[in-house]
Design a protein around this ligand. Structure first.
Ligand code: ADP
Ligand code: MG
Length: 319
């Protein structure tokens, strides 16, 4: 069989560059070299080369996180170059990347999400008013960031202004959200037209972490992850249905992973990731493993889904 000429994109220019490079390395190692001829592209330096090589590329794997990777920009470039790529397109990527846009869409679709206020950089913000309205503790997060970068859990009103200042270092729009204490869950979804919800993962940040912060996410052993989550069947079903609904509501494709909090039998959705972490031990690959896909098989599946979706779109355009 002819090998698939695969462009592996990792690196990029966002604050998650190192995470992406690390994932890219692991993805490269796991890909079946009998099936793929792989060329690596780092968008920080190699975009021109990618454009030059476009005619010789059959598919791309975007292993990038954050702005200029996960937000629809790279997806738009690949669309123009007519290269299939895994996961969400321009629209879904852009909407899911912006947590404020995503929350508005969740609201519209009846998907529960923590109460929040949003602010732009030039607005006058009064911390006491925010506390009056939402109550403490609060989570301050930039609308467009990931890996908990620029995010603060605020337990005391006197810390709110600093948290706001930090958030604005990362984006000109902020969300200030009610902190929900509960069990953190995340659920992957895989497929094009027929969506498969993967086993639910329970996330337990270790001692010293109030939430799933950057260190808890990337330092080995800082977080305990249990899959399948220790929740009953009915709750599992609800989580999986909500993950599928979030995926559809944001017009996503191929795969996604939705983060939620379970509290007093209720679920609240935090966000949906369109390019979930992709090291062999990351959350999505872990739950895919429980569902029967090795990391290598998961990568095959994502590439196949992307090629099938691209062929479908091409047929539609030609009729
Ligand atoms: N409203 C909230 N209530 C409780 N925990 C939260 C809330 N918002 C964020 N967190 C914690 O912060 C982590 C990161 O937040 P999230 O919205 O998923 O952004 P990202 O993963 O893109 O940085 C979550 O995994 C969770 O541990
Ligand atoms: Mg998250």
């Amino acid at each position: 069989m002819k090998k698939i000429r695969l462009a592996l994109l990792s690196g990029g220019v966002s604050s998650e560059r190192e995470v992406s490079l690390n994932s890219g390395k692991q993805v490269f190692e796991a890909l079946d070299k009998d099936k793929y001829d792989i060329t690596l592209y780092d968008p920080k330096t190699d975009l021109k080369q990618l454009v030059i090589d476009a005619d010789k590329i059959d598919a791309a794997l975007i292993i990038l996180h954050g702005p200029f990777g996960e937000d629809g920009t790279v997806q738009g470039l690949l669309d123009l170059l007519d290269i299939p790529y895994q996961g969400a397109g321009v629209l879904g990527s852009a909407m899911a990347m912006n947590k404020l846009v995503a929350k508005r869409l969740y609201d519209g679709a009846g998907i529960p999400t923590p109460s929040y206020l949003s602010f732009s950089m030039n607005e006058k913000i009064q911390p006491s008013k925010i506390v009056d309205e939402l109550d403490l503790p609060l989570v301050v997060k930039p609308a467009c960031a990931g890996s908990s970068v620029g995010m603060t859990l605020v337990k005391d009103e006197s810390d709110l202004q600093d948290a706001i200042n930090l958030g604005f270092e990362h984006d000109d729009t902020l969300i200030i959200e009610k902190y929900i204490k509960g069990i953190e869950l995340t659920c992957g979804v895989l497929g094009n037209d027929e969506l498969e919800a993967l086993p639910v993962i329970e996330i337990i940040p270790g001692v010293g972490h109030d939430f799933f912060d950057y260190k808890a996410k990337y330092v080995a052993g800082e977080t305990n992850e249990i899959c399948p989550a220790r929740i009953d069947e009915t709750t599992t079903k609800k989580v999986q249905e909500l993950a599928v609904k979030a995926h559809q509501t944001l017009f996503l494709k191929g795969y996604s992973r939705t983060d939620m909090i379970l509290y007093n039998q209720n679920l609240s959705v935090l966000e949906t990731n369109t390019i979930p972490g992709m090291t062999a031990t990351s959350l999505f690959p872990q739950s895919a493993q429980v569902a029967g896909y090795s990391f290598t098989e998961l990568l095959d599946e994502l590439i196949q889904l992307s090629i099938k979706e691209h062929t479908k779109q091409e047929l539609r355009r030609s009729t």
